[in-house]
Design a protein around this ligand. Structure first.
Ligand SMILES: [Zn+2]
Length: 86
């Protein structure tokens, strides 16, 4: 490595909104996250909307009572993907 141009790669504490903390390494000393492996619905198995801006609700309203089965299945799949990603 060329000296003097690389950021310091140091111990970093990750603090989640759920209260979980863990240590990793990063160029910043503290990382704040909203969701982690301890509280994400994908890992907990619990239904929990990560959405705070009401986007999931608007999506459901938009596609509720739509053109039929295919549309409903598509909406359910997209909602599931949204939860997994969020
Ligand atoms: Zn968490």
């Amino acid at each position: 490595m060329k000296p003097g141009i690389h950021p310091r790669y140091q111990r970093a504490t990750v603090q989640c909104a759920c209260g979980n903390n863990f240590v990793t390494r990063s160029t910043v000393p503290v990382i704040h996250v909203e969701v982690c492996g301890k509280c994400h619905p994908y890992f907990t198995g619990r239904q929990k909307l990560m959405d705070t801006a009401g986007r999931v609700e608007r999506f459901r309203q938009k596609y509720r009572g739509g053109a039929g089965g295919a549309g409903a299945a598509g909406a359910a799949g997209a909602a599931g993907a949204d939860k997994a990603a969020g």
